[in-house]
Design a protein around this ligand. Structure first.
Ligand code: NAI
Ligand code: 13P
Ligand code: ZN
Length: 352
């Protein structure tokens, strides 16, 4: 008897383009979300988009409230839940980079209300995904949550964000190459469930972005458009898989470990990009495809070395040799690699 079943939860409205934040009231109304919006944001995103969004929501007849968070932590989720006790929101809106969006997503899930994603930077592929990524002690959780009901990505705002945030988003996408390789490896060696559709979509997204690299230029709104579309596509792959596996392998474990060892040194996307060079080397060897990964990163101006990340060689080696401990996710790192092997990989690829 056939007993398999699956739920694929995807956003209903994905609205991308110039000045679309002006239409926020209309976009949200069309999703049939009701009640008070609770806007979850951080300081800069509030200034560049949050305050304007509050105005637009009021103009559309909503009575919004706002909570400002600083970090991606379970404590921040609790702060939003506390704010929700008085606001009694009908839905949550995450405005910002990956951190406020993840917090709003997880808090909405806990409150069992809808969630709207308003990225102010194309810096990560959590814009659309049904996951939250949160550090806790010496581990990093990939928390299941509902994906946004609507995404409002204003390319005017995103194009004005610092260029580094856009190159970080590109690198987060380029890292899909190695994430998919790790996922396939885990399927072969550990019988981890693998989705051909999610894997193919994730890989194709990285390929399309690599091919579009010549059109991705500083200060060009068209570039924000290209990158946001790729981030949406990558997030959909995670929703199809119901896991961050299509977009997060050993290169992400490496980055999560750097967040612990040298917190705040570099952007998530930049760290996973450099991690991808290293793990591609571990997958395919000295004559393998690590140069293609490095060149793809360099072509969009993303860091390819520890120096460019602003991270010491020692931190890179420590992160690479301990990344497998971050979570129970089988990757090319297996049960851990020897320090000598890590030094060899980092030296041969020019990362250190
Ligand atoms: N849930 C998921 O599937 C995914 C989650 N993530 C998570 O997202 C986070 C990384 O995202 P980031 O956006 O790099 O972090 P972030 O939210 O800390 O943003 C990075 C910086 O950009 C600033 N910023 C954002 N928009 C700006 C604008 N328009 N102008 C000027 N500054 C602006 C923020 O204030 C912050 O200082 C990590 O915690 C990562 O684990 C990343 C990928 C996928
Ligand atoms: O960053 C992610 C995908 O780009 C997902 O993060 P996790 O590794 O926490 O699942
Ligand atoms: Zn990522």
């Amino acid at each position: 008897m056939f007993e398999k079943s699956t739920w694929i939860r995807l956003p209903r409205n994905v609205v991308v383009g110039h000045d679309v934040l002006s239409e926020a009231g209309e976009v949200i109304t069309s999703t049939h979300l009701h009640g008070r919006p609770l806007v979850v944001t951080s300081e800069t995103p509030k200034a560049v988009a949050g305050d304007f969004l509050l105005e637009r929501l009021e103009a559309a007849g909503f009575d919004p409230a706002v909570v400002v968070i600083e970090a991606a932590s379970f404590g921040a989720v609790e702060r939003v839940l506390e704010a929700a006790e008085t606001v009694e929101p009908g839905f949550l809106v995450g405005v910002g980079g990956g951190k406020p969006i993840d917090i709003a997503k997880m808090a909405a899930d806990r409150l069992d209300v809808g969630f709207v994603s308003v990225p102010t930077a194309a810096s990560h592929d959590g814009i659309v995904s049904g996951r939250g990524s949160v550090p806790e002690g010496d581990t990093r959780h990939s928390v299941a949550a509902a994906p946004p009901i609507a995404v409002i990505a204003d390319t005017g705002i995103i194009a004005e964000a610092p260029w580094e945030l856009l190159t970080a988003g590109c690198a987060d996408i380029i890292s899909n190459y190695t994430a998919v390789k790790d996922w396939k490896l885990a399927n072969r060696l550990k019988n981890v469930e693998y989705s051909e559709y999610a894997g193919a979509l994730s890989q194709m997204t990285a390929e399309l972005l690599r091919d579009a690299a010549p059109s991705i230029k500083r200060g060009l709104e068209e570039s924000a458009w290209i990158v946001v579309k790729a981030l949406v596509s990558s997030g959909v792959a995670m929703s199809i898989a119901d896991s961050s596996r299509p977009a997060s392998g050993a290169e992400h474990l490496f980055s999560h470990q750097l967040d612990r060892i040298v917190p705040g040194s570099a952007l998530h996307g930049h760290q996973v990009g450099v991690g991808s060079i290293l793990t591609e080397y571990l997958h395919s060897g000295a004559d393998g495809e690590w140069r293609a990964v490095r060149d793809a990163l360099a072509s969009i101006d993303a860091p390819t070395t520890a120096d460019q990340l602003g991270i010491s060689d020692e931190a890179v080696i420590e992160a690479l040799t301990t990344a497998h401990q971050i979570r129970d996710r089988y990757t090319i790192l297996g049960d851990g690699i020897e320090e000598a092997a890590a030094i060899e990989a980092a030296t041969r690829t020019g990362v250190i």
